[in-house]
Design a protein. Structure first.
Length: 397
C-alpha cells in the first residue's frame, strides 16, 4: 500500500481558509475582515512610497544575486537590532545581542522554537488565551507541550491580569512564555506599563523564558513606544527571545521579512547561541532571501527614507484608529451601544464580542468574513464598507 494512502485530510487553516471561502463567495458586496492585512482606503494593499523609492534605487545599481550568509544580511540585522533595542543600546555595543534575518515573523518563531529545543530540555510552553491561531500549531509541531495562560476576560471585555499572573506564577521554571509585545492578536488589548512590570517580576521570579512576538511595531503608539516591552525585558538579566516582522509596517507581506533576536549574558554566550541558531537555519531553509531585507535596510539606513517611513506608518496607524471610531459610531447609529470597547483596543484587530454562531451568520447572511472566535481586522475597513459592516453586526446580534 502507498504511504500516501492513509494520509488524513488536514483541517483548513482557520484564517487562510477563510480567505479561500471568501474568494469563492460570488457576492459583489462581500468584505474580508479575516486575514491580518492592512488595506488602504481603496481596499488595496499599499505600496509605501519609501519602499517604491528604495526599490528604484536598488534597481539602478543591479548586482549579482549570490547566497546571503546563514544569519542574513548584516546591514539588515543591524537595522533590526537598532529599531527594537535602540541605536545606543548597551546590548548592541556589548555584542551580547544575537539577531538573524528570518522568513517573516512566523519564520522567526519557528527558528526560535528549533533553537529552544536544543538549548533547554523543558518542553512546556504557554501562549495567551486566546492567541494567534498559528502559535498553537507552530510550537506543537516543533515538539512543545503547549498550554495557555489566562489573558482575555470575555465578561469584562478586558485583560484578566490576575488570572494571567496566577497562571505564570504556577508555571514550572524553564517554561517558555509567548508574550505579545504590543497590539495583541487577536484581542487588541495590551497590558499597561504597570501590568508589564508585574509580569516581568513573575517571569524573573519563576525562572521563565520570555519569547516576545513583535509583529506590529509602530501600530499601537509609534515605533519607539512600541519597543518598550522588549527593551524593558532586555534589562532583566535573563535570556529573552524576540520575533519581529516587517510585513505590516512596511507592507511587504509577500517578501517574508522578519528577524529573530536573542538577548544573552555576554559576547561569548552570544557566539555560542548564534552557532546553534545558524544550524537551525541551515537545516530549515539554508539562508534567507535578499530583496526584502535589502529594501528594509535601505529605508532604515537612509535618514530621508526613514523619516518618510515613519510618516507613512503613522498614516496607517491613524487610519486604523479612524476606522475604529467610524465602526463604533456606525454601530451606535444602529442601536448597538455596548461595543464602545472597539475604540479602546489597539492595532489591526478587534475582538468584537460576537459568538461563533453570530460570526457564521455574518458570513452566510451578509458576506462579512471574520474568524469564528470573533476577531475582525479593523485595518480592512474603509469608508465604503464600514457602514455595511456595522449594519451586519447589528443584524446578527
Amino acid at each position: 500500500m502507498s504511504i500516501l494512502a492513509s494520509v488524513p485530510l488536514a483541517p483548513r487553516d482557520p484564517i487562510l481558509g477563510l480567505t479561500e471561502q471568501f474568494a469563492a463567495d460570488p457576492r459583489a458586496g462581500k468584505v474580508n475582515l479575516g486575514v491580518g492585512v492592512y488595506l488602504d482606503e481603496n481596499g488595496k494593499v499599499p505600496l509605501l512610497e519609501c519602499v517604491r523609492i528604495a526599490e528604484q534605487q536598488l534597481a539602478a545599481t543591479p548586482g549579482p544575486r549570490g547566497y546571503l550568509p546563514i544569519d542574513g544580511m548584516a546591514s539588515y540585522n543591524t537595522a533590526v537590532r537598532e529599531l527594537i533595542f535602540g541605536a545606543g543600546s548597551e546590548l548592541v555595543a556589548s555584542g551580547r545581542l544575537v539577531t538573524i534575518e528570518a522568513l517573516g515573523g512566523t519564520g522567526a518563531l519557528k527558528i526560535g522554537a528549533e533553537f529552544l529545543k536544543v538549548a533547554s530540555p523543558q518542553r512546556r510552553l504557554l501562549i495567551s488565551d486566546p492567541s494567534w491561531e498559528n502559535h498553537q500549531a507552530l510550537f506543537s509541531r516543533a515538539g512543545f507541550d503547549v498550554a495557555s495562560y489566562r489573558y482575555y476576560d470575555p465578561v469584562r471585555r478586558g485583560i484578566d491580569i490576575d488570572g494571567m499572573l496566577a497562571d505564570l506564577t504556577a508555571a514550572e521554571p524553564g517554561t517558555v512564555v509567548v508574550l505579545h509585545a504590543c497590539c495583541h492578536n487577536p484581542t487588541g488589548y495590551d497590558l499597561t506599563p504597570e501590568q508589564w512590570e508585574r509580569v516581568a517580576a513573575v517571569v524573573v521570579g519563576r525562572g521563565l523564558v520570555p519569547f516576545l512576538d513583535l509583529a506590529y511595531q509602530g501600530f499601537a503608539t509609534d515605533v519607539e513606544a512600541d519597543a518598550a516591552v522588549p527593551r524593558r525585558f532586555a534589562t532583566l538579566g535573563i535570556p529573552v527571545l524576540v520575533a519581529s516582522s516587517f510585513s505590516k509596517s512596511f507592507s511587504l507581506y509577500g517578501e517574508r521579512v522578519g528577524g529573530l533576536s536573542i538577548v544573552t549574558a555576554d559576547a561569548d554566550e552570544a557566539a555560542r547561541v548564534l552557532s546553534q541558531v545558524k544550524i537551525a537555519v541551515r537545516t530549515t531553509y539554508s539562508n534567507p532571501p535578499t530583496h526584502g531585507a535589502a529594501l528594509v535596510s535601505r529605508v532604515l539606513g537612509d535618514a530621508g527614507l526613514r523619516t518618510q517611513w515613519d510618516a507613512e506608518l503613522s498614516g496607517m496607524r491613524e487610519r486604523i484608529k479612524a476606522m475604529r471610531q467610524a465602526l463604533r459610531e456606525g454601530l451606535e447609529a444602529h442601536g448597538v451601544t455596548d461595543m464602545g470597547f472597539v475604540t479602546d483596543q489597539v492595532g489591526m484587530f478587534s475582538y468584537c464580542g460576537l459568538s461563533a454562531e453570530q460570526m457564521r451568520a455574518l458570513r452566510a447572511e451578509h458576506g462579512v468574513y471574520g474568524t469564528d472566535a470573533g476577531r475582525i481586522c479593523v485595518a480592512a475597513l474603509n469608508q465604503a464598507n464600514v457602514e455595511q459592516v456595522a449594519a451586519a453586526i447589528a443584524a446578527v446580534r
